[in-house]
Design a protein around this ligand. Structure first.
Ligand code: ADP
Ligand code: MG
Length: 232
């Protein structure tokens, strides 16, 4: 039986990348639990494997060995079709450069994840409106990304991440492109999504003042989780 106390259970996770003759070990025997409702900031030097770890949690990338369970489901064992469905229902992604579709309006961008569901058009519109209201950008719903500031674009991206009501938000440097004041607004919003809507959040950041918004900080460092593989 899987222990349901934690949302995520990572067990003996190892991840190695090979490039030509070189191989780089990113994690080795990484074991970690992430409880429901956690808000973790992952910090560490560039290239330390933060994005790689996030990709394991999001079912974007698989470990070489070890187990990744989320809510009792072994996501490392899912095939691509199962993973797409699992991601659509369970995970919202937030990126440094927003990754909005430039030709679509804010509302159309937010609606994208719902096109994979069998919700009616009316229900989709309602959900999009609610998500845009939660992030305080409903008044810009018809704007294209280029007509919005960086902070506004990130709000739209967060609305897109929450519109399908996922358990988990995975954010990779979500304030890396924003000035301090705007970053603080976005981080305050993530904190609210965690405390009020119960979203479990894992956020990668290099910014110590951003990390303070989280409940705990995890450092990925050579000594801790990272071992350089020797050239083979
Ligand atoms: P971070 O997000 O902490 O900056 P990453 O997780 O992106 O680090 O990368 C960790 C290491 O793995 C880096 O050395 C990077 O070059 C390498 N890496 C990442 N993705 C790949 C890949 N698809 N193929 C080969 N090496 C990769
Ligand atoms: Mg990264």
């Amino acid at each position: 039986m899987t222990d349901q106390a934690s949302l995520y259970q990572l067990r003996d996770l190892s991840k190695t990348y090979s490039r030509g003759k070189e191989s780089i070990t990113i994690f080795k025997n990484l074991t970690m639990d992430i409880p429901h409702g956690d808000f973790i900031a992952i910090m560490g030097p560039s290239g330390s494997g933060k994005t790689t770890l996030l990709n394991q949690l999001g079912g974007i990338d698989k470990p070489n060995t070890g187990e990744v369970s989320c809510d009792g489901e072994r996501i490392d064992r899912m095939n691509q079709g199962q993973l797409s469905k699992w991601r659509a229902a369970n995970v919202g992604f937030i990126f440094q450069f927003y990754n909005l579709m430039p030709t679509l309006s804010a509302a159309q961008n937010v609606e994208l994840p719902l096109l994979l569901t069998n919700l009616s058009g009316k229900e989709r519109k309602n959900r999009v409106q609610t998500a845009l209201e939660i992030v305080g950008i409903a008044d810009r719903s018809r704007h294209k990304p280029r007509q919005l500031s960086g902070g506004q674009q990130q709000r739209v991206a967060i609305a897109r991440a929450i519109v399908a009501d996922p358990k988990v938000l995975l954010a990779d440097e979500p304030t890396g492109d924003l000035d301090r004041a705007t970053a603080d607004e976005i981080l305050g919003m993530l904190q609210q999504l965690n405390s009020e809507l119960g979203k479990t959040i894992v956020m990668v950041t290099h910014d110590p003042s951003a990390a303070k918004y989280a409940k705990r900080e995890l450092f990925l460092d050579k000594g801790e989780f990272i071992e350089r593989g020797s050239a083979s």
